[in-house]
Design a protein around this ligand. Structure first.
Ligand SMILES: Nc1ncnc2c1ncn2[C@@H]1O[C@H](COP(=O)(O)OP(=O)(O)OP(=O)(O)O)[C@@H](O)[C@H]1O
Length: 554
């Protein structure tokens, strides 16, 4: 009887163990299926967004996950930070979340460290962690949004940690699942997907960088073509006498340094020529000297011209644009007519000069630039500072090494050499056989007062070469300029009315304030009149807003 009972018990035991065995097989089969489907979905993952969707749709249900975040170790190998997070969570709109997301945490922050040496899941009691002194900010944030338990597991590539999957379990007691073979299987898949996403992002960044170089090269090319077309690249400076000798001495002195140079002098005295000479004699000569004419640009475009903009940063910004400062990287930037720069931009220029860093409009973060600055103006900058039209801090930044170019009327000894130089230049250019000029012409040239300086002489000689019937210029055709000069001498100058004068002055100040009438940088303050007075003057003098370079408010 006993043996019969024992036999039956044995059979039951065998049956039970068979059932358990079959159950296990069934469970493993199910796990395999789940893993297979998970791995199929994972294989299609290309972006953070794809991965986020799969975690939300599959992993969350599979492992009873309430919330999750994946942080990655940064390229420097020293810090980590949030990378993929639950896009459906409400807290992602909290400023604390943005702050934590943008922070680079030390990989040895006292919590993350464990994943550098172990690929096992770790359970953290958040409240207990908070009792530590230097608890990292993300733990504090989790506690703040009510998370009490977090499980972390390292995500690896070739056994090296690349990040951590942090999980808030649905129920604190359902930890077993995270130690199951199913979970470790999904973690392997997650690691592969994460590693692919990181590699893709790196490639995309590199492509963007290459695209940036391509754009920069294209812009450099078009800049150089423009330079060639405008015949701006010759650099012979003609000059003798005390004043020019001093200029040459200063050029040699300052060229090899990286000092900022301020070129002062009337229009047409050769400031740009000197800027080119300084660049051409500097160690930056293999790179570009980029010229910016601060007077020729509408105030609302100067910023983009100088610092560039990102695609879509404002209406009309169809493409990304490299600014002149970036183009001039390792070279020189020549800020011509710097005295005309609007006040709000002067602040930005000052910041660039101080920090040697620019920020594209709509860009994220600064870009370091190594640029030598040469600025030029025909204005009396100190007077402009006194009038509140030029920032004094910018003035002192620019006025490191001033070089003043003498007007042509104070160095008449150079007229002969310059005239010959221009005759040779234009004879060659036009193919005309003109070689010199008569004594009378020389006397005429010397007798003239040259308000347009060397540029005026250059234009005059060009015209004379063209009009000369023979190899010797016997007559000078300074019809317009001579008349102007003679009128001046004879006192027949047009005398402006008070209204004309006032109109010109208001227009000038409005332009320099970017069209603004109101506000601390507006024209009313600069002119020392109430806004209402200025507005009625604007109306009375017929100043049309469009005539003002910028489209400012007010
Ligand atoms: N000393 C010189 N020798 C030869 N050419 C000169 C000299 N000075 C000026 N020029 C020529 O005169 C023209 C005007 O010079 P430049 O443009 O350098 O003057 P600028 O002072 O920069 O004028 P602006 O203030 O109007 O911009 C240029 O074609 C330049 O090559």
């Amino acid at each position: 009887m006993l043996s019969l009972v024992l036999g039956a018990v044995n059979q039951i035991a065998v049956a039970v163990s068979n059932i358990i065995y079959l159950e296990e097989i069934k469970q493993r089969e199910e796990e395999k299926e789940i893993l297979l489907s998970f791995s199929n979905s994972m294989a299609a993952v290309r972006t953070k967004h794809d991965l986020n969707a799969i975690i939300n749709d599959q992993l969350k249900k599979l492992c009873n996950i309430r919330d999750y975040v994946i942080s990655v170790i940064h390229e420097n190998g020293k810090t980590h930070g949030g990378f993929i997070y639950n896009l459906d969570a409400d807290y992602i709109r909290m400023p604390e979340f943005t702050k934590a997301l943008n922070t680079k945490f030390d990989i040895n922050d006292g919590v993350f460290d464990v994943f550098m040496v172990s690929d096992k899941p770790f359970i953290f009691n958040i409240a207990a962690l908070l009792t530590r002194k230097d608890v990292p900010g993300y733990i504090r944030f989790w506690h703040g949004i009510g998370i009490r338990t977090v499980i972390g597991i390292a995500l690896t590539r070739y056994s090296e940690p690349i990040g951590v999957l942090w999980i808030e379990p649905e129920k604190a007691e359902t930890f077993d699942v995270f130690y199951s073979s199913l979970f470790s299987g999904t973690v392997v898949q997650l690691s592969i997907a994460l590693s692919n996403i990181l590699a893709n992002e790196k490639i995309e960044d590199q492509l963007k960088e290459i695209d940036g170089y391509r754009l920069k090269l294209m812009e450099e090319k078009s800049y150089l073509q423009n330079e060639i077309e405008t015949d701006n690249n010759h650099s012979e400076i003609i000059g003798s006498g005390e004043e020019m000798a001093e200029v040459f001495r200063m050029i040699s002195q300052v060229s090899p340094t990286d000092s900022t140079v301020l070129l002062l002098g009337e229009t047409g005295t050769g400031k740009e020529l000197v800027a080119r000479a300084i660049h051409g004699n500097s160690k930056r000569k293999e790179k570009l000297m980029i010229k910016v004419n601060c007077a020729a640009l509408p105030a609302n475009l100067i910023e983009s011209e100088l610092f560039g903009h990102e695609k879509g940063s404002f209406t009309g910004a169809m493409e990304r644009r490299t600014g002149k400062f970036e183009l001039a990287h390792q070279g020189t930037i020549f800020l011509d007519e710097v005295g005309e720069m609007p006040l709000d931009l002067q602040v930005k220029l000052l910041r660039v000069l101080q920090e040697r860093e620019i920020e594209r409009i709509g860009g994220k973060g600064g870009i370091k630039v190594d640029v030598r600055v040469i600025a030029a103006t025909n204005r009396d900058l100190l007077k402009e500072v006194a009038n509140g039209m030029f920032r004094s801090d910018l003035y002192y930044r620019l006025n490191v090494f001033p070089i003043t170019l003498p007007p042509l009327r104070s160095r008449k000894g150079d007229i002969h050499g310059l005239a010959n130089f221009f005759i040779e230049k234009f004879a060659k250019k036009t193919g005309k056989n003109v070689a010199t000029f008569s004594e009378k012409v020389l006397q005429d040239l010397i007798g003239y007062h040259w308000p347009g300086n060397v540029r005026e002489l250059e234009h005059l000689m060009e015209r004379s070469v063209l009009l000369s019937p023979g190899p010797v210029i016997k007559e000078i055709h300074f019809s317009i300029t001579q008349n102007r000069g003679n009128e001046k001498k004879a006192g027949h100058d047009h005398i402006k009315t008070i209204d004309e004068n006032e109109r010109e002055h208001i227009l000038n100040v409005l332009n320099r304030c970017g069209g603004k009438v109101f506000g601390p940088h507006g024209a009313a303050v600069k002119l020392g009149v109430p806004v209402s007075t200025l507005n009625s003057k604007i109306a009375k003098l017929g100043i049309v807003k469009e005539k003002v370079v910028s489209v400012g408010k007010g």
